[in-house]
Design a protein around this ligand. Sequence first.
Ligand code: PLP
Length: 368
Amino acid sequence: MNFNSVLDNCKTYEAGKPIELLVREYGIKAQDVIKLASNENPYGTSPKVVKKLQELSSSVFMYPDDSMYELKEALASKYDVQKENIVIGSGSDQLLNFCVKAKCNENSKMLMSKTTFALYEIYGKQVGCKILKTKDDEHNLEQFLELYKKEGADIIFLCLPNNPLGECLDKKDVYDFLNEIDSNTLVIVDGAYQEYASYKDENKAINPKDLISSYSNCIYLGTFSKAYSLGGLRVGYGIASKEIISYLHKLRPPFNITNLSLAGAIEALKDEEFVHECIVKNFEEMKRYEEYAQEKGFSFIESYTNFITLKFDALYVASKVADALLKKGIIIRDLSPYSLNAIRITIGTKEQNTRVFEVLDEILPSCK
Ligand SMILES: *Cc1c(COP(=O)(O)O)cnc(C)c1O
């Protein structure tokens, strides 16, 4: 059968391995599996949100409020913008897709860092777009600018902080860079981990209102999947000029998130204390990974997120480490497919991390 030929060289996104896979393949009990592969909040969902969802479970026979009035109202008030500046997606993934469809076709170009969120490239290729990447793995704005001046771009992706590496540009440098960008280029600021970065270092904090008032060609994307621990509900949001938002709405299918998702997100915004406590614990636990790496003599990338990238250099082979951990019931992300001898580990709870260090001690000698 003939298919749309742009799909021929499109890769399928490979999501983090699910717990069920280890249960099936290695006979490990589900409760013994430690999943630190998808940057979920290891402390679970706020009890207040869980309670709300239970109360609402009998209302799922109805379609959700497609205007998403209440959630938009809550986000508008949190970020001090208007409802018309907001679009809601089934995860911010869906909004990335809308942005690409709104701006790009087979004659378009998109610019991104060499090692960044895999979906940017996947969505670009789906519309036949040319993908431009910097030489450095981490975001290097000089290289972005050089490529931009040479080739131009319809979309620029800035992942702040960057997944899967964890580094984050300073706001000041981002703004200096944006001053050089044409108003017809859409700049996507992916803030999936901004809650973590802005807690750790205020120089990294991007304020969406500030961003879009200074740069009308920018969109800020946020998600409830990470710090707000609602990955399973699939809720993301975009904040941009009314013009950009109106185009994204043309692409949005009706009822793109569920009524439970709407209610869960609204409730999660009311429990900022829970989110804050999780973020504080995240960075306390992250210190243990930094110390562990130093003790074992390998390096890591300073992280502004809820995960850390450990680089094994010539000491160990990342794919062997990932396999050995998997057989012990610990799922992490092997970064070998990005041509890096590194792994990405979501920072777990204290107990989970202690177990990770124990197992690493055990398996590392066999991963040379
Ligand atoms: C997790 C993540 C997202 C989106 O997650 P959704 O669950 O679709 O909201 C977007 N960008 C980055 C960099 C991420 O890590």
